[in-house]
Design a protein around this ligand. Structure first.
Ligand code: ZN
Length: 431
């Protein structure tokens, strides 16, 4: 017989400077506490990562300590054997006011090598595949554009071609004419490396010329508006030119972006939930005041130039209320659970490993029946009512993240969190 317990989690907020401020921030809203209007609330972290670990709220012990103590009973046999007292995933909510850095996440091999070489700047030795699901209109740069689009921009924006250098642009044109994909990747790498290593004075001057030409234009496209917008914050940063190298992606709520290892990306604006391997391993090279490692970034990147479709994933409709996002990684998969008019009770899917439940809109009450939580209106304990940022309308939106190692079995062990911080854990499931 299965029994289950419910655990609230106290979760960590990261106040990075790019976050939305005060009650504008979805992160601050989810916390349900009074938000300081001048303070950025950038990220909510749910998991065991050392830079922002979650606690069991009732006992105030670290989630990782709890797993360490309960072992398999807490997270299941497979998960414990593989990840010990760490959750395999980190679950976040991001609320972005201002562009995040141009970055990429190393694969496992490179992550280990960077950590060995420079533990101060690369404290993590894990890889970090990540999946961002838009909660509202969301903008990002991700992956390299197709070569013909980049060549078009070289001819359209002479400042861009000048910064990269005529001979490198010529080489890329020749590789394109030959339809030689390997050569195109090599030439694209040279062009990008030239840009990222260009002299700061040259960048500053070229950007100023480009932006003043764009401002003088009567009719601008959305990309040109974006260049002007990002330039306001980063007037001498080569990252502004990266907009012309990288795919500009606009996501609608529910659309997702899967970022593979070594793929350049930058989130520009909007709110999202994000699931990733338990890691904070980032190589940055632009649009940031943090540590930059340009040579590592230029060396590690995947220079396959692909269209937007390579990165944008729609979830798969699983039932009337559940959409599944299952990227090709073992650490995590995400379910989006949505109701317009919620039922009296809703049965969650069983999983073999740990799972987190996060309520974005509405309110939920976890119950002690195996495998379920109750979604009700109007008669909930006060702490759960508090968590629903918009419980006055009828939209209910939840996300769960779970380990993808053994996604479907009858043994159910769940560790969950809803709304601000209501979690539940099922334990003692039959062998
Ligand atoms: Zn990232």
């Amino acid at each position: 017989m299965t029994c289950c317990n419910s655990y609230s989690l106290s979760c960590h907020i990261q106040h990075y400077g790019w976050g939305k401020k005060g009650k504008e921030s979805k992160v601050a809203k989810l916390m349900g506490t009074k938000a300081d209007p001048n303070k950025p609330y950038a990220e909510l972290w749910v998991g065991t990562h050392k830079k922002g670990p979650s606690f069991l709220r009732e006992t105030n012990i670290l989630l990782s300590e709890y797993i360490d103590k309960e072992k398999e009973a807490a997270v299941g046999r497979h998960c414990y054997a593989r990840f010990a007292s760490e959750l395999p995933f980190l679950f976040k909510v991001l609320s972005i006011r201002k562009t995040l850095s141009i970055q990429a996440h190393p694969d496992k091999l490179l992550a280990r090598a960077l950590h060995q070489k420079d533990p101060a700047n690369y404290p993590d030795k894990n890889h970090k595949p990540e999946l961002a699901i838009a909660l509202e209109d969301f903008e990002a740069l991700c992956g390299f554009r197709k070569v013909d689009a980049i060549l078009h921009f070289f001819s359209q924006y002479k400042e861009f071609a000048r910064v990269v250098g005529e001979s490198f642009v010529e080489s890329l044109i020749r590789s394109y004419e030959k339809s030689d994909k390997d050569l195109q990747r090599k030439c694209l790498k040279e062009c990008f490396t030239q840009l990222m290593n260009a002299d700061e004075v040259v960048i500053k001057q070229s950007l100023a010329e480009l932006v003043s030409a764009l401002r003088a234009k009567g009719l601008r496209n959305s990309l040109e508006d974006l260049i002007i917008r990002i330039y306001k914050d980063f007037s001498s940063d080569p990252g502004v030119f990266c907009i012309l190298f990288m795919n500009y992606i606009k996501l609608k709520p529910g659309d997702a972006l899967f970022v593979r290892p070594n793929t350049p990306h930058a989130y520009l604006s909007g709110d999202c939930v994000e699931a990733m391997a338990c890691s904070d391993n980032v190589v940055r090279a632009g649009l940031t005041g943090k540590f930059k490692d340009v040579s590592t970034l230029c060396d590690m990147l995947d220079y396959s130039s692909e269209g937007v479709d390579e990165f944008v994933v729609s979830g798969r409709s699983h039932t009337a209320n559940i959409i599944k996002y299952a990227p090709p990684v073992e650490e995590f998969a995400v379910d989006r659970i949505q109701f317009v008019d919620p039922p009296q009770a809703f049965q969650l899917e069983p999983y073999a490993g740990p799972s987190i439940l996060l309520c974005i809109e509405g309110c939920a009450l976890t119950n002690l029946e195996p495998g379920g939580f109750v979604v009700k209106r109007g008669c909930l304990p006060r702490d759960v009512m508090k968590c629903g940022p918009s419980h006055f309308n009828r939209n209910y939106s939840f996300y769960t993240v779970q380990c993808h190692l053994h996604p479907c079995t009858k043994r159910t062990r769940l560790c969950g969190l809803s709304g601000v911080l209501r979690a539940w854990q099922r334990r003692g499931a039959g062998k």
